[in-house]
Design a protein around this ligand. Sequence first.
Ligand code: NDP
Length: 485
Amino acid sequence: MSYPTQPTASHFIDGKYVEDTDGGRIPVVYPATGEVIATVYSATPAIIDMALNSAKRAQVQWAKMTGTERGRVLRRAAEIMRERNHDLSVLETYDTGKPYQETSVVDATSSAEALEYFGGLAGSLTGEHIQLGEDFVYTVREALGVCVGIGAWNYPTQIAGWKGAPALACGNAMVFKPSETTPLCALKVAEILHEAGAPAGVYNVIQGLGDVGAALVTDDRVDKVSLTGSVPTGRKVYAAAAAGIKHVTMELGGKSPILIFDDADLENAVSGAILGNFYSTGQVCSNGTRVYVQKGIKDAFVKRLCERLNDAIIGDPMDPDTSFGPMVSERQMKIVLDYIQIGQDEGATLAYGGKRLEQDGFYLQPTVFTDVTDDMRIAREEIFGPVLSVLEFENEAEAIARANDTEFGLAAGVFTADLTRGHRVAAAFEAGTCYINTYNLAPVEAPFGGSKASGVGRENSKNAINHYSQMKSVYVAMGDVEAPF
Ligand code: NDP
């Protein structure tokens, strides 16, 4: 079978596709079948150099344009992206294996929203005037320069847009490196931005593994690094960026809690747990994989959860009825299968799923463990797959303490009918992105990101502007200069 997935070339630099087959070969595998559907080549030092030089040159011109002009380009790109939503969603499904039912409403859509939102903000980015008697200071919001974006494999179109849109709105240029597991979608984002009028070099995409990311992060031409990835990679990238005193945004992993109290609406709580564990086959950084359920509702919750999982339609991700696709790669599937074994060895009860499906592709069943205790590895480590752990609790104080007892702090959720308890628990959560009576929504208008080991900085919202710009203050004296001698 042939697939419409082979890109024109591996890299998009200075407004055009560029190839260099001297780089390491990266086969792109369709997770639903295991077939190779495209090939790209890792960036050589010459390609890295070309991309950074192009970004450096283009950024100067881009920053000279008015914010309104830059915003117009971003909003036009958002329109093109929406017009091509079907094709982009199909490509996202080939790249990641996520069902078309999801990709058609989440991926290009959310990238377009970021372009539209930051395109709208671009014209209103200003400094301020500070009067000091007769003297005064004015501040100027300036671009940082060249930003490097490094993406994870779970949301390749979205991550390319979430990083690119605020960076470009502020007058920066970007060199984006997608995960080598999903190299296809970011190229389309670059193509569309260029078509929408972004000057050549303002948004470049180069392929490669961690070594290419590392070469970008340590380069003197780079002013800011924004990574979406795991905590171990985050530690390395943060340290490398620190050596060059570069700005950073770190969107890292999590092991987030969802607290379900006895008084919660059962169906809503089950829906939240499903969204927070099985959407995108569980490959979502903010997933609430530690589901703490109060004693009185626990049995009913587990029963209803397992009933609802029977309704998941697992199969061909291109079929619009399919609601649960394969894991992104054989490697990730094996990591998750190992954790499922570890959970059983640790004494947790396998209440649902737990097996690989006997068919082509990297399909696992949605999996639920009960009788999980806080010290088990399946309750402490990020699995990044469709594995939900149910833990029982008795009272609010205990549940909060246990929920916060983790190095991570990306997200947290609470389900309760008690309004004051909902807010009290959200206030007590040590997490950057919290939910009351819902889970895993990430609208562009709201800040998204983690505390503790889950990250530094925020994506989305007006807050992201602070992470892609810096303030210059200019002191203006209206009188003579007084010097001591
Ligand atoms: P990884 O941390 O393995 O990789 C992330 C990116 O960093 C990849 O592009 C990778 O390249 C690159 N990379 C690896 N080593 C280095 C290095 N030394 N220097 C520079 N770049 C490097 O994450 P995954 O791709 O496996 O994604 C899953 C992880 O991402 C999970 O932990 C998940 O929680 C997190 N995530 C966080 C999100 C958030 O917003 N907080 C959202 C989505 C995912 P390559 O893989 O090509 O070698």
